[in-house]
Design a protein around this ligand. Structure first.
Ligand SMILES: Cc1ncc(C[n+]2csc(CCOP(=O)(O)OP(=O)(O)O)c2C)c(N)n1
Ligand SMILES: [Mg+2]
Length: 618
């Protein structure tokens, strides 16, 4: 079949499917992009004419125009996460700045283990016309382009210099994207001349192809070791991470917890694995955890990690778990399963839990553990009730979160990424179940919020998407509001404007850095003549200014009932901090010279409490 390289790419992508548990779905929900000279005649022309091809085959790759290349990778990552990694979007860019704009988004996707396919344009492979507009000339080599920046943030990276190289690269890309143990950003750099070059392709390249997403089962001997260790446990705790959700293991998780009486704590990525109110759900764990989960973590003798990569926020920078705690880690990658010297159950979360349950028949944790979990959780819930009920103007951040939580109901999703809100959300938000909580806290990338929320809504149009975004993040990336408006993709955005960085301001003060550069104020410390609500209106969103919590509740109900993208602007106090403490630490170094002794002492105490967890497993 005679097609250009770009036409072949588009045709191939439209025919890729994923399958798990017998359910097949299209792997690429579409292609999001921004055109320039590096892709307009290649991928651009191919997408423009693809509808004809779609007429023949019934396959489509809808195109969506983004406003910023970093944002479009966030959109793809949000889409992938909301699809439990069984589908994503492709991203096409021009050469040069359009391509490098994707580096941050790619890092975010790879860190969060989410599949995204990046198709940056690249320099002419013939090199005749160079140096090109936007070409990085490297005096040591002509074989370098800015796309090489995408190598360390990609799980697979290739440059297609000849049409003949394309089939194997496409297959390798698909293998990595659909392998839960390897997935992340995948880059196929496409030189602009090669994109437009014609070639005679074998028909089989475009056959409908189904990628079976595996559910690897744990090794028998490893299972026996894990079961033996658990049978001796008296105070076990489950830590549910993102893998529990991606694997759709929440039914098995609940059954496991109930059958053996083991409480379940959740990381940022794992939050929602059990709904709030389940008697064994103890909520968030770690530096932004609940006092319930953190107390149980400190007391735990065996920790069962399910699909967690044990980030510093989860382990409270390795101060949370007892030095002699044992870890049994169910993870699809050996890399994560081996963490904290754990007994490794390299397996899909659902299969791992089911098989571990089988191996534990007859055992259960002491009933007192269940009671203690209930008591601790009731205490925490009461503290959250009080925080949610705080009235006052400007509203407290806890009250804002409580209002959004109430509006989100059973079908809502909250989306957030950076600032003071992810930590507060982790502690306070009461998830209705899997998929209801979407906080990007692997990269915690300012700007993810609206762009990622767009991806969530595209993947799950039946859900109401509530984006919580700080003024700092908003100022970095508000432009995807325009994409939401243009595409008719409804988002409800709550813009929490506290004139600066509440998060970093607080952190700055705690390390003796005096809140330098954390306030958006005029030279004299007074307010700036900046109106972010007017800004949102200018981008096409319906805008409501909420002064009080009551205003906010009303605006949320109206936004929920309507069908347009709405930005609700609410002012809060940057210096207020009325969210209950996690009683856990986060390691951020303090200057050894020039900071108050009390600050250095507190830091030294934290360092003394860190454990490496080096004891051999078992
Ligand atoms: C792209 C990016 N740059 C810098 C940071 C570091 N950082 C984390 S939170 C934050 C401030 C966020 O401000 P805002 O969105 O207003 O949230 P607030 O802290 O006020 O709640 C900064 C600068 C980051 N996470 N991402
Ligand atoms: Mg702010």
């Amino acid at each position: 079949m005679r097609l250009t390289v770009a036409q072949a790419v588009v045709r191939f992508l439209a025919r890729q499917w994923s399958e798990r548990d017998g359910v097949e779905r299209r792997f690429f929900g579409g292609c999001v992009g921004i055109f320039g000279h590096g892709n307009v005649a290649g991928i651009g022309q191919a997408l423009a004419t693809a509808n004809e091809a779609a007429g023949e085959t019934g396959d489509e790759l809808p195109y969506l125009l983004s406003r910023n290349e970093q944002a479009m990778v966030h959109t793809a990552a949000g889409y992938a996460r909301a699809s439990n990694r069984l589908a994503t979007l492709a991203c096409t860019t021009s050469i040069g700045p359009g391509a490098t704009n994707m580096v941050t988004g790619a890092a975010g996707a790879t860190i969060n283990r989410l599949p995204v396919l990046l198709l940056p344009g690249d320099l002419f492979s013939t090199r005749v016309a160079g140096p090109l507009l936007q070409e990085l000339e490297d005096q040591r080599s002509y074989d370098i382009s800015v796309n090489d920046c995408l190598k360390p943030v990609s799980r697979f990276w290739d440059r297609i210099n000849r049409p003949e190289q394309l089939p194997s690269a496409l297959l390798a890309a698909m293998r990595v994207l659909t392998d839960p143990a390897e997935t992340g950003a995948v880059t196929l750099a496409l030189p602009q001349d090669v994109q437009a070059e014609a070639y005679d392709w074998p028909e089989e390249l475009f056959a409908r192809r189904v990628w079976h997403v595996p559910r690897p089962r744990p090794e028998r001997a490893a299972l026996e070791r894990a079961a033996e260790r658990l049978r001796a446990a008296e105070r076990p705790l489950i830590v549910a991470g993102g893998g529990a959700l991606y694997s759709e293991a929440t039914g098995e998780l609940r059954a496991f917890a109930e059958r053996f009486g083991v409480p379940v704590a959740e990381t940022q990525a794992g939050k929602g694995a059990l709904p709030h109110g389940h008697p064994l759900a103890v909520g968030a764990i770690g530096a932004t955890g609940t006092t319930a989960a953190n107390a149980l973590a400190r007391e735990a003798d065996v920790v069962i990690g399910v699909g967690t990569r044990y980030s510093d926020f989860t382990t409270a920078s390795r101060t949370l778990f007892a030095p002699d705690a044992a870890f049994v880690n169910i993870n699809v990658t050996g890399f994560d399963a081996a963490k904290l010297s754990g007994l490794q159950l390299v397996a899909d979360a659902r299969e791992g839990l089911a098989e571990l349950a089988g191996a534990l028949a007859g055992w259960s944790a002491p009933p007192a553990l269940r009671e203690r979990a209930g008591e601790l959780t009731r205490e925490w819930d009461a503290a959250v009730d009080a925080a949610f009920a705080l009235e006052g103007t400007p509203p407290s951040q806890a009250a804002v979160i409580g209002a959004v939580n109430a509006a989100a109901g059973a079908d809502g999703v909250v989306v957030c990424a950076a600032g003071s809100m992810p930590g507060d959300l982790h502690k306070l938000w009461r998830p209705s179940g899997p998929g209801s909580y979407h906080v990007e806290y692997g990269y915690s990338c300012m700007g993810y919020e609206i762009a990622g929320g767009l991806g969530v809504k595209l993947a799950a149009p039946e859900r109401e998407v509530f984006v919580l975004v700080g003024d700092g993040s908003y100022l970095m990336m508000a432009q995807e509001l325009v994409t939401a408006v243009a595409e008719g993709v409804k988002l409800t955005v709550v813009l929490v404007d506290n004139s600066g960085f509440a998060s970093i301001g607080r952190l700055s003060e705690s390390v003796g850095a005096r809140r330098l550069g954390t306030a958006y104020t005029a030279g004299d410390g007074g307010p700036l003549p900046v109106d972010l609500a007017a800004n949102a209106a200018s981008l096409g969103a319906a805008v409501v200014r909420a002064e009080t919590v009551a205003d906010l509740r009303k605006a949320l109900d109206a936004a929920r009932a309507g069908d347009v993208t709405t930005v609700i602007h609410v002012r809060t106090d940057r210096l207020a901090d009325d969210v209950p403490s996690s009683r856990a630490w986060w390691d951020v170094p303090v200057a050894q010279v020039g900071t108050p002794e009390a600050v250095r002492e507190e830091y030294a105490a934290g360092k003394r409490a860190q454990h490496l967890h080096l004891a051999p497993p078992g």
